[in-house]
Ligand binder design. Structure first.
Ligand code: GLY
Ligand code: MN
Ligand code: MN
Length: 357
């Protein structure tokens, strides 16, 4: 894990006048320390980097987080944290307001709230995670390459008579056998009229000839996930749906071409959205154009009407326009795009023309 991430966080802590910082959310914990166990708290000060965890994770923590001093907690993990805070004696202790529950905060206040001022912070680490470093981009590339291989698998496997759930299961099995650590999320397999559900997780529905099927999948590699969507036709689709497919494909091209440093998420969203609106389907594209992707499938920055974040080289976003017609069906095409010095580079690159199986 890079010392650069720790240095960057410490700079932010100094700016916020925080003497200590507690990191309890798992993506942020893993981002800073490398530790992927499900239980543990990082305690950071200007000079100390501690990882408090229990017996189950001691060896793993030492191996994965070489920049941290691992501290074993007993059955009362809260007591160990309170002791640590007492020893470090910070005046102001920051914590992640997005991921600390009211219940945990109450316990912290009870156990050590008198010894330090607990200061809620908003997205400090999420801001650092916006721009991916080389190691992160390499992992995202690997995850994207596996996702692309998944499309080849799908083209082989998809046919009338298969259920959506079979498709989802076999795709996951394929990806894991190719070396993925796991599915990035519950895969969406939405066939026929279910295509109108943007997040139609695979059901027991059987795919019929002549239907479009939207599949949205991704997989984890080294803690980073890919996220891709393709819509394919199983047998000849009606002419109207070929036209709709072309509109979405054009909108996606325009969206990807609009990704470059200096643009806001809102600007990229609006360029792609205009293509769909001009074709008369504005109402049928009811979600944002895309989102950041990394340790979490949905993270900052967003590409949507209200997104003010300015794109910078090293950010990775999805571009995923769609058209959804209730009770009829839908089309979505999604790729991951790396913001480069002068534009954007697709990390997923499976073919995007309408495949008719
Ligand atoms: N896989 C969920 C999404 O594309 O946002
Ligand atoms: Mn997706
Ligand atoms: Mn997505």
């Amino acid at each position: 894990m890079s010392e650069k991430r720790l240095r960057a966080l410490r700079r932010r802590l100094a700016e916020e006048k925080l003497d200590a910082f507690l990191v309890a959310s798992s993506p942020n914990r893993a981002y800073l320390s490398g530790f992927t166990g499900t239980s543990g708290v990082l305690v950071l000060t200007a000079t100390e980097s501690l990882l408090l965890t229990d017996f189950r994770y001691l060896e793993q923590a030492k191996a994965q987080a070489p920049l941290f001093t691992v501290v074993q907690v007993g059955h009362d993990s809260m007591a160990a944290l309170a002791e640590t805070v007492a020893r470090l004696a910070p005046e102001r202790t920051g914590f992640e307001s997005r991921s600390v529950s009211v219940s945990i905060l109450r316990q912290w206040e009870e156990r050590f709230g008198e010894r330090t001022t607990l200061v809620p912070t908003e997205g400090l680490l999420e801001e650092l995670r916006l721009v991916k470093d080389e190691e992160e981009v390499a992992l995202l590339r690997q995850a994207a390459r596996l996702a692309d291989a998944g499309f080849e698998f799908l083209l082989d496997f998809l046919r009338p008579g298969r259920t959506e759930r079979e498709v989802s299961l076999e795709l996951e099995f394929f990806l894991r056998r190719q070396g993925a650590d796991g599915a990035g999320f519950d895969f969406i397999v939405a066939s026929g009229p279910r295509g109108a559900l943007p997040h139609g997780v695979a059901s027991g529905r059987t795919i019929n000839r002549g239907e479009l099927v939207t599949v949205d999948w991704g997989c984890f590699v080294g803690g980073y996930t890919s996220d891709i969507t393709r819509t394919v036709a199983v047998g000849e689709p009606p002419e109207r749906w070929r036209e709709i497919y072309e509109v979405v494909r054009r909108a996606q091209e325009v969206g990807v071409a609009a990704v470059r440093p200096g643009r806001t998420g809102a600007e990229v969203d609006s360029e792609a959205r205009a293509v769909i609106a001009q074709a008369g389907f504005g109402e049928a594209f009811g979600h944002g154009l895309g989102h950041g992707v990394g340790r979490e499938v949905h993270e900052e920055p967003r590409l949507r009407e209200t997104a003010t974040t300015v794109l910078r080289p090293g950010m990775v976003v999805t571009v995923e326009p769609g058209i959804y017609l209730p009770r009829e069906g839908g089309v979505r095409i999604e790729d991951m795009v790396l913001v480069t010095e002068d534009g954007g580079e697709r990390l997923t690159s499976a073919r995007r023309d309408l495949v008719i199986l």
